[in-house]
Design a protein around this ligand. Sequence first.
Ligand SMILES: [Zn+2]
Length: 325
Amino acid sequence: MQQWRKTTSSMVGAIALSLGVVGLSAIPAHGGLHFEESHHEHNEAKDGHEEDIEIQVIPANAEAGIYMLLGQGGNIGVLVGEDGVFMIDDQFAPLTEAIQTAIAELGNKEIRFVLNTHWHFDHTGGNENLGNQGVLIVAHDNVRERMSTEQVLASIGMEFPASPEAALPALTFSDRATFYLNDQTVNAIHVEPAHTDGDTIIQFAEANVLHLGDTYFNGFYPFIDFESGGSLDGMIAATEQGLALANDETVIIPGHGPISNRAELESYHQLLLEVREVTQSAIDAGLSLDTFIQSQPLADYDEYWGSGFLSPEQFMTIVYNGLNP
Ligand SMILES: [Zn+2]
């Protein structure tokens, strides 16, 4: 594994400022909105040390030129080769340079396309930088529509102003788009509303690699953005589409979490089915949110899934409120 470092003294502050929040970890607390101070902000304030954001490059199928890039925000997928670079998502604007350095090291080829899996800020934050460089930004119709206007996510207490023109997808599609480069057929497939109403999952057909965007959080409870048209049923359906495209050799890049495979995606599918079952039963039985949470309906799952972005309480609150608006 190769690693790149970029010193980012002002990055976290810039991100926090641009997002209007204290730090990067926007944590919805049970029963209300609340933000926990991120470690970055904390460290900076406490000891004045600069933060380093590492861009880690993890091979998905190195022979085919496909890698997962980890930095901060959603997992990036790249296909690198003679025909240029196809990129999936671009994290945060202050990371663009480090990300481009990492990609250049892989092939020193121009980035031609960036495909956004959905509109969220931790997947599209680099759009403006790349758009200004002439990279063609591609996404589902609803991604452009949401990025064109102010978005308010009360469930995590965040607001986003409309994005500048350069950050908007310059090419959109309603159902699917297919890219042909570097000996790959790259299928970008819009799924029914799942994490948002503009999700795309991507298949590198010949290389047998999938990028499932935020329809797949590997190893922790997923955020379902009901306010952006997301749906638990849709998350389940999207996961089933992912499973249908995968076999035992498929490498799966999740929107968040470590690189994955079909067996892990199956566990995640199981989790989502269970979540729907327990939450819908509670709502049908007239249980209040507090009673539902106190009954610890996901106790068996919490140890594995409950220590990520969302605590069990936060996850159950979002799902309960989403199914019971
Ligand atoms: Zn997202």
